[in-house]
Design a protein around this ligand. Structure first.
Ligand code: SF4
Length: 356
């Protein structure tokens, strides 16, 4: 078996660039982190509070549900209280899309085919075009028309359905398009995105839908989103979790950092512990992780469980500590810079991190 030892990410698919608010999507722009609020959009204060918290965690585009006219109207005030672009999630009623546009929304997630008849779709698309507001065609495996594509795979049916929606928008001379094809099943999702990536020039929003609670949902999303990004596919990402949206944003950034696609705050390296470990390294690593959440700049920090192998095993860390019985050594770039007593492990390491 031939083993590929090239560790570089293959080149990314270059899509047509669109812009949502001030954020560039596709066309070589960095992969963008998205999330969705779970507050009632009509509750303007709560929604602003949640979005501002997500901004702190690094959310770059936010989506809100727009189930009725009151929610569509609330977008106007919500936008006044936030910094990042806002996307309206709309189904079944073209009037909600028009109202969201009037409220100054930056983008849509909708399926043109399910928001009205052809005259109503045209009205929405022309209004979006006039304001240069992009539309994401968001297909989910669970909401495919039941009767369509007999004998075809779910992935193929998602691609066919998305292409039909894309052609509909193109027929109205609209090309500010983004597409997503999400399924719970990871291989289905990957197959669908791989197929459509070659068929359309537009940016792709990627994710695994209904991925679950953080423990399994982050793994499922990381496998699916990670595989696609490694194949060069994906311009925006969302990790969909049954959890507070800030967990989605944190997980999304970890995926991007894992693939060296973007830098965002610190990276923690910690050893798995073994029979040589003579301190409570799990506790120390958790304490360090908590402290690092306060730091916004990129720095790679290592917490290692023995003074013999620790520094060597974390040579690419910027700053680290290798803990032995009663004392440990601080190191920078794998080189020893001092010795500290056990009670000072956390304090000394964080002082060095802050200096760095
Ligand atoms: Fe074991 Fe030391 Fe490696 Fe940690 S760094 S896993 S304690 S050998």
């Amino acid at each position: 078996m031939k083993i590929n030892i090239d560790t570089k990410i293959p080149s990314r698919r270059v899509s047509k660039q669109i812009q949502i608010g001030g954020v560039k999507i596709g066309g070589g722009a960095p992969v963008v982190v998205q999330s969705m609020t779970n507050s009632d959009t009509r509750d303007i204060k709560s929604t602003i509070r949640q979005i501002k918290q997500l901004e702190q965690y690094g959310c770059e585009i936010i989506r809100v549900a727009v189930p009725d006219m009151q929610a569509a109207a609330a977008i106007k005030d919500i936008k006044k209280g936030i910094k990042i672009p806002l996307i309206a999630d709309i189904h079944f009623d073209y009037r909600l899309a028009l109202a969201a546009l009037d409220s100054g929304v930056d983008g849509f997630r909708l399926n043109p085919g399910n928001i009205g008849d052809s005259a109503q779709i045209k009205q929405v698309v022309l209004a979006a075009k006039a304001r240069a507001v992009p539309i994401r065609i968001g297909l989910n495996a669970g909401s495919l028309p039941k009767q369509s594509g007999a004998g075809k795979s779910v992935a193929q049916r998602m691609v066919d359905a998305a292409l039909a929606q894309v052609r509909l928008l193109e027929s109205l001379d609209f090309d500010l398009i983004k597409v997503s094809l999400k399924a719970f099943d990871v291989p289905t999702t990957i197959a669908a995105y791989q197929d459509i990536a070659d068929k359309i020039p537009y940016p792709l929003h990627i994710g695994i839908t209904e991925a679950g609670t953080p423990r399994t949902g982050i793994i499922r999303s990381s496998v699916g989103i990670g595989a696609l990004l490694y194949l060069g596919i994906g311009d925006t990402i969302r990790v969909s979790l049954t959890a507070a949206p800030k967990e989605e944003v944190t997980a999304a950034w970890e995926i991007l950092k894992s693939l060296n696609l973007r830098q965002h705050g610190p990276v923690l390296v910690s050893c798995p512990t073994c029979g040589r470990t003579e301190v409570d390294l799990v506790k120390l690593a958790q304490q360090v992780e908590k402290e690092l959440q306060k730091i916004k700049k990129p720095v790679k920090v290592a917490v290692m469980g023995c003074v013999v192998n620790g520094p060597g095993e974390a040579t690419d860390a910027d700053v680290g500590i290798a803990c032995g019985k009663g004392k440990g050594i601080l190191f920078r770039n794998g080189k020893k810079i001092g010795t500290v007593q056990a009670e000072d492990f956390l304090k000394a390491l964080m002082a060095e991190v802050n200096k760095f």
